[in-house]
Design a protein. Structure first.
Length: 196
């Protein structure tokens, strides 16, 4: 009878502890899986951003800066509407490409930091060093940061692709305009073998 009494007291307590442990373990596994998934998506965007051809970007920026300087110094008179539109498109797309060059570095650095934080959080979850309430807060915060970097990366990729194409489209007319003001020559740029 005494054993039954002890059993009836400790069994519910044991079950509660056991199932709450399982519930916490399941919750932790879900959080790790979720964090791992967002980390994978973030890493995919980083790879895509790193694959952008920096040689073409640098060539476009070199032309942009040289031609921009020439246009500002030497083209002060009236131009046709077609030429003006090309110059305006050239300046707008070139400026966005300059911004992309800077933003890309910033996004890659931010992605590296967020990835480090995600890895550390998953390690903390595995080692059970975070309380349940903090776990949910930290997981939410890290997911928000990762999603922010992913969205900004996607936006920058779109801006790059669109504006590189617009830059290429405006370039022939801008070069013709420069040639008409510079004795049929373009400003001297280091020769390269990659065409834009």
């Amino acid at each position: 009878m005494k054993n039954y009494f002890l059993f009836s007291i400790f069994y519910p307590l044991f079950c509660t502890l056991f199932f709450s442990s399982c519930t916490n373990s399941n919750e932790q596994a879900k959080q790790i899986k979720s964090l791992d998934s967002i980390s994978g998506a973030l890493n995919q965007k980083v790879i895509e951003l790193q694959k952008i051809d920096t040689l073409i970007l640098e060539k476009a920026l070199t032309k942009f800066n040289n031609y921009k300087q020439f246009i500002k110094q030497n083209i002060n008179d009236t131009v046709t509407k077609k030429e003006a539109d090309a110059v305006q498109q050239f300046f707008a797309s070139g400026t966005i490409l300059e911004n992309f060059f800077i933003n890309r570095k910033t996004i890659l650095a931010r992605a590296q930091l967020v990835n480090t934080q995600l890895t550390k959080l998953m390690l903390d979850i595995n080692q059970n060093t975070i309380e349940q309430k903090q776990l949910q807060e930290f997981t939410f915060a890290e997911k928000e940061q990762a999603n922010d970097v992913i969205q900004k990366s996607f936006l920058q990729q779109q801006l790059f692709n669109t504006n590189l194409q617009q830059f290429k489209n405006a370039l022939p007319l801008v070069e013709e305009l420069i040639k008409t003001k510079n004795n049929g020559q373009l400003p001297t740029i280091v020769k390269d073998t990659i065409a834009l």
